[in-house]
Design a protein around this ligand. Structure first.
Ligand SMILES: [Mn+2]
Length: 436
């Protein structure tokens, strides 16, 4: 018998991949993992008959010929299958979108590419062979692709993910169904926990200039899909990082689920010393015999020591600021701005302190009134929004949007130290990998 399976705790991307395996390799039997990821459970329940899965236990009396592994190339993630059959498989083929250099499965023939989803690896094969799918198959496959790519928006997404999505749409995939398949908060327990967490949510605290949210919630028992609850809180509260502690006193365990949306906060590295792991933006940790309150306080102290300081206005500002004097004419000012290629400039008075800001918009007003020989001070904006250099990027962003401005002069002790322009801010965002 030939068999095909995904990783333990198989997720939506595994299920989507296995749909395509069924079409591409019809002489393989599919095997399910003992545990099924909460997001995949709904589709698994609806389509059990279609998949006709064997359990790992069913392999005990079988002689296995060829093995096909999808969506992982790591031996420890497929051992529940291999532990159940005795004979060595004739051939082991791995089709995976993870880093194939990490593969530690002996004798594996590896194929795949670092696409956003594993469904894309198999989708490319199906496209090349002009395989036709029925709408349900296309829908499950697209749900898998969407799950692993955050609906085609994660950084790992490549054009092949879009190509395969288009192919699946051609095959009749229903986006409406995909959406319901991917709803992460499906259990009433999850909604209950979500409401309890929102009651606990206080203002985010400032640690090294980062906005950090911490909540601690005791639970009666373990709840499936807690990570999805944490993601929802993250989405609504929008802190730089969120550390959600849950305790299950009856089982003496503390669970920490961490999320970050800043390159400077690597939650994987932060949780590693405690035995947790994951990746830069999402990680988790389970501890036994620890008191949640005590541990969360210890962890907060650890964050204060470990987090790198947040980027502040002074780190990104332009230091050599051009300024213009109050009594210069609008005409000279407009020529000067054109020469130095700027759209606005701080205005200084006779004492050298910032008394206003002159933008192209102000000059336009003077031009329309035929007042180009009037002094700058007659048309400049007097209520200049300035700041010291210690404001965070979040505050810079807020000032830009709130006051509809593109420049923030940085003033300390009455002296102009620099200016943060919209261009400086966009450069910072690009370096963060947010706009690239
Ligand atoms: Mn995957």
């Amino acid at each position: 018998m030939n068999i095909a399976f995904g990783h333990s705790n198989m997720d939506m991307d595994c299920l989507g991949s296995l749909v395509l395996v069924k079409k591409l390799f019809p002489d393989y039997r599919l095997v399910k993992s003992n545990l099924i990821h909460p997001v995949a459970r709904k589709v698994y329940n609806i389509y059990q008959d279609y998949f006709n899965f064997l359990s790992p236990d069913d392999l005990k009396d079988e002689t296995i010929d060829d093995v096909l592994i999808v969506d992982t190339c790591i031996a420890s993630r497929v051992k529940e299958y291999f532990n159940n059959f005795k004979n060595p498989a004739a051939a082991i083929r791995v089709i995976d979108h993870h880093n194939l250099e990490d593969c530690d499965i002996p004798r594996a023939q590896k194929e795949g590419a670092p696409f956003g989803a594993n469904v894309t690896c198999l989708g490319k094969l199906a496209m090349a062979r002009r395989i036709k799918l029925v709408p349900e198959e296309a829908t499950i496959a697209l749900a898998g692709l969407y799950a692993d790519t955050g609906r085609l928006i994660y950084e790992n997404v490549c054009r092949e993910d879009f190509e395969v999505s288009a192919y699946l749409m051609d095959m009749g995939a229903s986006l409406k169904l995909v959406k319901t398949f991917l709803e992460s908060l499906t259990e009433s327990e999850q909604i209950g926990v979500l409401n309890q967490v929102f009651l606990l949510v206080d203002n985010a605290i400032d640690i090294q200039g980062h906005s950090i949210l911490i909540t601690c919630l005791p639970l009666d028992d373990n709840i499936n899909g807690l990570a999805a609850v944490v993601d929802k809180v993250m989405e609504v509260e929008n802190p730089d990082a969120y550390f959600a502690f849950f305790s299950i006193p009856r089982k003496n365990t503390v669970l920490l689920i961490a999320r970050s949306q800043k390159a400077k906060i690597d939650v994987n590295k932060l949780l590693q010393p405690y035995g947790g792991g994951g990746h830069q933006a999402a990680a988790s940790l389970k501890l036994i015999h620890r008191d949640m309150k005590q541990f969360s306080e210890e962890f907060r102290g650890y964050l204060e020591k470990s987090l790198k300081p947040a980027t502040r206005a002074r780190d990104i500002m332009t230091r050599d600021v051009e300024v213009i004097k109050e009594d210069v004419s609008l005409l000279d000012a407009s020529r000067f701005l054109e020469e130095i290629d700027l759209t606005g400039i701080p205005v200084v008075n006779a004492q050298g302190s910032v008394s206003g800001f002159l933008s192209l918009r102000d000059i336009m007003k003077g031009r329309r009134a035929s007042q180009m020989h009037a002094p700058v001070k007659a048309y400049m904006t007097r209520n200049v929004i300035t700041s010291d250099g210690y404001i965070t990027m979040r505050e810079v962003e807020r000032l830009f949007y709130k006051h509809h401005i593109n420049h923030i002069p940085i003033v300390e002790g009455g002296k102009l130290q620099g200016i943060v322009t919209h261009g400086d801010y966009l450069r910072y965002k690009r370096n963060q990998g947010i706009l690239t």
